[in-house]
Design a binder for this molecule. Sequence first.
Ligand SMILES: CC(C)(COP(=O)(O)OP(=O)(O)OC[C@H]1O[C@@H](n2cnc3c(N)ncnc32)[C@H](O)[C@@H]1OP(=O)(O)O)[C@@H](O)C(=O)NCCC(=O)NCCS
Length: 149
Amino acid sequence: MITIREMTSNDLESVLSIENECFREPYKLSDLEYELNENPVNKMLVAIDDDKVVGFIDYMITFNSSTITQIAVTSSYRRKGVATKLLNAMVESFPKDIEDKVETITLEVRASNLGAIKLYESFGFEKVIIKPKYYKDFEDAIYMVMRLI
Ligand SMILES: CC(C)(COP(=O)(O)OP(=O)(O)OC[C@H]1O[C@@H](n2cnc3c(N)ncnc32)[C@H](O)[C@@H]1OP(=O)(O)O)[C@@H](O)C(=O)NCCC(=O)NCCS
């Protein structure tokens, strides 16, 4: 059974290997260490099966908005609802008090990443604008937003 929990330093190597498997511009170990231990607005959750990290989500909360920086699931675990579980756990983690309520979640996704776009649409995100040549290799990004209130 897949469970979701906060990431710890013990998960760094496993998350790094999923980074390298899944992304064209993966974070380095030092980037992950910064996000996990130093970036005060950042949060990271991992999906676990049999004590093994099979996916993760990396997001920020700034005032009433959250931004997903990365989400990835190792290839043998895809299309089993793991990313959806990570997204649900992220929403669950948002502050409960009214003043700090997260009202919108935003993200950028590569225009060619149709699987991820489908995932986000199935979760409730909408395409808002295209950010031309957003990535280092000049691919466009689609900016997507989900409103929680
Ligand atoms: C995108 C990604 C995170 C999806 O993870 P996942 O665990 O397979 O997603 P889920 O199983 O929760 O998918 C939920 C729904 O999203 C849609 N979806 C997810 N992946 C899809 C794909 N490759 N093609 C079409 N639809 C897809 C489907 O509607 C799916 O429901 P279904 O399986 O019942 O049809 C995973 O493919 C991945 O890690 N890709 C590489 C990294 C990446 O591109 N990350 C996103 C950019 S930051």
